[in-house]
Design a protein around this ligand. Structure first.
Ligand SMILES: N[C@@H](CCC(=O)N[C@@H](CS)C(=O)NCC(=O)O)C(=O)O
Length: 212
């Protein structure tokens, strides 16, 4: 019996396809070869049941038996406990993975997400807010650059930290924000060349296309 059920929207507009955060969870589940099912909830009419699982009315969430988890970082930490393919086994390696997982969300994504929103609307280079966000992101990328130039994966072996960091940087790359940071760009390229990413991405694209 499959206990792991990943919930995402039934449909999203073209623009976010391939970037909806259920992809992080699909990617981790594929890396760990854990069996799972994908369930859809309406994008347009969000029910009280939806808010009971995800208090912001967003996706994804994962149920593991009677445990329901929202926040992609928390879901990946949960899955990291289930599989050595997602977390180093030694305490030092696990601590590295956890630090970098939080760094991806709290230090990089907190700069990259507002940057991406402005980059998408073309307001990065010609508004004061855009220029400030550009500088903010640049300082984060400048510090990631030597880290990623010096190692293949953040915690030694591939882990949930890489799923989050690569997915966060992938969105920056989409708007050409890694042009001056080749180590960050190469890291995204090697992470997204992994068969588990390719499968997760293909499955997400097919899922949303099926609803058109
Ligand atoms: N911090 C949350 C963010 C979730 C999130 O932003 N989900 C997006 C899809 S990627 C969403 O549901 N957007 C619709 C909305 O905010 O109404 C996580 O990492 O799980």
């Amino acid at each position: 019996m499959v206990d792991l059920i990943l919930t995402t929207f039934d449909w999203v507009p073209e623009m976010p396809r391939g970037y909806v955060r259920d992809l992080r969870v699909r990617w981790a589940l594929e890396e760990a070869a854990l069996p799972y099912r994908v369930r859809s909830v309406p994008f347009r009419d969000r029910s009280s049941e939806h808010f009971a699982h995800q208090p912001f009315g967003q996706v994804p969430w994962l149920t593991d038996g009677d445990i329901s988890i929202f926040e992609s970082g928390a879901i990946l930490l949960h899955l990291g406990e289930c599989s050595d393919a997602l977390m180093p086994v030694d305490p030092r390696g696990r601590s590295e993975a956890m630090k970098w997982l939080f760094a991806a969300l709290n230090s990089v994504e907190m700069a990259s997400l507002p940057w991406s929103i402005l980059a998408f609307s073309g307001e990065i280079s010609d508004t004061p807010a855009g220029k400030r966000l550009n500088q903010f992101l640049k300082t984060r990328l400048q510090h990631m650059e030597p880290v990623l130039a010096g190692r293949e994966w953040l915690a030694g072996t591939f882990s949930i930290a890489d799923i989050l960091m690569a997915d966060v940087l992938r969105l920056v790359d989409r708007f050409d924000g890694l042009a001056e940071h080749p180590a960050c760009r190469n890291y995204v390229a090697r992470a997204t060349a992994r068969p588990s990413f390719v499968k997760a991405h293909t499955d997400q694209m097919a899922h949303f296309a099926a609803a058109d």
